[in-house]
Design a protein around this ligand. Sequence first.
Ligand code: PMP
Length: 362
Amino acid sequence: PKPANAVRLRATLDSVPGYKPGKPAAPRTDVTTYKISSNENPYPPLPSVLEVVRESAGSMNRYPDMGVSGLSARIADELKVEPDEIATGTGSVGVLGQLVAITCDPGDEVVYAWRSFEAYPIVVALAGAASVQVPLTSDARHDLDAMAAAVTDRTRLILVCTPNNPTGPVVHADELERFLAAVPSDVVVVIDEAYLEFVTDPEAPQAIDVWRRHPNVALLRTFSKAYGLAGLRVGYAVAHEPVATALRKAAVPFGVSQLAQDAAIASLDAFGELQQRVDALVGERTRVFDALRAQGWDVPETHANFVWMPLGPDTMAFARACDEAGLVVRPFDGEGARCSIGETEANDRLIEVAGAFRGSRG
Ligand code: PMP
């Protein structure tokens, strides 16, 4: 029974899973710890970006530019789109919430692959909408044919995560084109490209070109990964009218701080330097992937800054072994562990722990 003073909250909250962030590495004196649980960029901020942020911090008694005009114009210029086709938000997860808010009434359906980004079921449930989760293929890829078949007349939004978090593969250009031809043109299809800059697969779509040809497609991008601004919370959608205008209506007023706006512009200015870091991380990804495969792990092809280790019932034991070695990974109990590509030392240690774990299991 409810206590007499219980407040009335929405019943739908009971179905909302809480977001489980990668836990911080516990302080240790015996070993250097590395957090490879949240797909963060392991490099510290660029000096040029820090300088801009310091300067910007002097105005933090003021609200930021609510229209995020400078950053939107800058992104639009890079992508050769109109500034009003850019809609920003508090991290791309913030924009995702806006996307659900502008498309879904209670009871409407959102189709996405599963397993995928764990915020999807949360933002969908918060809107009172229903998640339709379509299992990944046995090689951890989107099953776009099954996703198209899962669309009903209640479907208002489809999320395509490429590369897929937490498994790593990309959807291919030809299958995406087939998919878009198969789904109703009044259903918004979001291509979540959080890890776009790490993609090296020649079969991956040029999503911006796909977007230009499809009025119902929106791209979702972030400054948290390749740009290394996870702590500042800024992401954006590239969307056509009226989606972009609706997204701006649904934004939290002043949700993107001036520090974040200025840092994002400075990061675009410094992308040459950031690209070198991305290249180094991609090189490290290949090294880790090859080493794990050589040890016998069935790691799916990855085009993001992480690898997926399908561990099944051994998942939590592996996460404990990593913990003991000073590595914080992201386990999904019963399924597998996602391990971000981090500092060289962290990657070395992951290879070492994975090898020893495999040896100990025969
Ligand atoms: N999409 C995907 C697929 C992600 O993995 C993440 C971050 N883990 C996000 C969106 C959200 O990132 P942010 O809110 O930091 O932009």
